[in-house]
Design a protein around this ligand. Structure first.
Ligand code: UFG
Length: 330
């Protein structure tokens, strides 16, 4: 198939481009390079274009007959979304409508959307399945939920079939060491802990030890970036086989606390890691764990790298590479 990967120069999108090429698909990457890296796109055609540029999008759709579109491009910082909601609603919602409208105008009917566990807000229960109500609590989560709702209406009106994949905590790196996470600023736990292990940071701050969890630190469901990409391949295949629009929660169903992640990082790296206790970060639920049974039964998804130490090991290999080549950090 010929696939347009929007945001293919970013963390998850770049892994997706690699997996699609390996699976024999033809890939065109579209990225504004506002947060992505051109050198993270390992093959296929590359187009630099912002989703705000509707004419630029039309040009790309005129030049290629796509079988499907995967959309990874978005702003992802929860805290920033509270301070600058306009950025999040415009980029994550309005600009996504530009992409959907271009698809409708050019007759492209298959869409895979990077959604998030943040659409659920403070959970009513865990593990969180797809029946759990969506009640996002910040503009980031709301912007993603708005797209999910718009997609349901685009299906009814225009027959655009979409699968929304709600990632829990995307983590890890390309097992071959070619790609990894390069956020600037970095806010995610695993890369930050590993930067503390490699010496790029002096320490890791633990945001709260007074949660209602066994060791008092927050519990998250870390899911390997390549397993997320594998789910996209299966979602696209499901739509190509005539499947209906749907949404799936993607995680391993195992929760690990912040302290357990730090312990895993010490084990994997063999380094000492300085830890500083800090106050809670606002908006952090105590526990977010996915129930991904539907992705398994409907899509046939089977995570290959579910072990936390393996996820941390792949991220550590990338951190070592970044530390040795700081010029590629951007
Ligand atoms: N944490 C620390 N210290 C740090 C960074 C994080 O203790 O320096 C803690 C956080 O408080 C949280 C856990 O580590 O309890 C994980 O934090 P991350 O920032 O790595 O991930 P989040 O769970 O906050 O965020 C993820 C995605 C978001 C998404 C959110 C909710 O990265 O995009 O899940 O689904 F919105």
């Amino acid at each position: 198939m010929k696939v347009l990967v929007v945001g293919g120069a970013g963390y998850i999108g770049s892994h997706m481009v690699k997996l699609l090429l390996r699976a024999g698909h033809v890939v065109v990457t579209l990225d504004s390079l506002v947060t992505g890296y051109r050198d993270a796109v390992v093959g296929g055609e590359f187009v630099q274009c912002d989703l705000a540029d509707r004419a630029g999008l039309d040009e790309v759709f005129k030049q290629h007959a796509f079988d499907g579109v995967m959309h990874f491009a978005s702003f992802i910082q929860v805290g920033e979304s509270v301070l600058k909601p306009d950025l999040y609603y415009r980029n994550n919602f309005c600009n996504t409508l530009n992409l959907l409208d271009a698809m409708v105008a050019h007759g492209v009917k298959r869409f895979i959307f990077s959604s998030t566990a943040a659409v659920f807000g403070e959970p009513d229960y865990v593990p969180i399945d797809e029946a759990h109500p969506a009640h996002p609590i910040n503009p980031y989560g709301i912007s993603k939920w708005m797209v999910e709702q718009a997609l349901a209406d685009y299906d009814k009106a225009y027959g655009l079939k979409a699968i929304c994949l709600r990632y829990f905590n995307a983590a890890g790196a390309d097992p071959e060491g070619e790609l990894g996470e390069r956020h600037d600023p970095e806010t995610h736990l695993i890369p930050l802990v590993l930067q503390a292990a490699s010496g790029r940071r002096p320490e890791i701050a633990v945001f709260g030890r007074d949660y209602d969890t066994p060791d008092g630190t927050c519990i998250r469901d870390y899911v390997h970036v390549m397993d997320l990409c594998q789910a996209h391949l299966q979602a696209l295949a499901a739509l190509a086989a005539g499947g209906k629009s749907d949404a799936f929660n993607l995680g391993n169903g195992n929760g690990f606390s912040v302290q357990e992640v730090i312990d895993a990082a010490r084990r994997v790296s063999g380094r000492n890691i300085s830890v500083k206790d800090a106050t809670r970060r606002s908006g952090d639920p105590a526990r977010l764990v996915a129930n991904s049974e539907r992705a398994k039964s409907v899509l046939g998804w089977k995570p290959e790298f579910a072990d936390l130490d393996v996820i941390v090991e792949h991220a550590w290999n990338w951190e070592i590479k970044m530390n040795a080549n700081p010029q590629v950090e951007g």
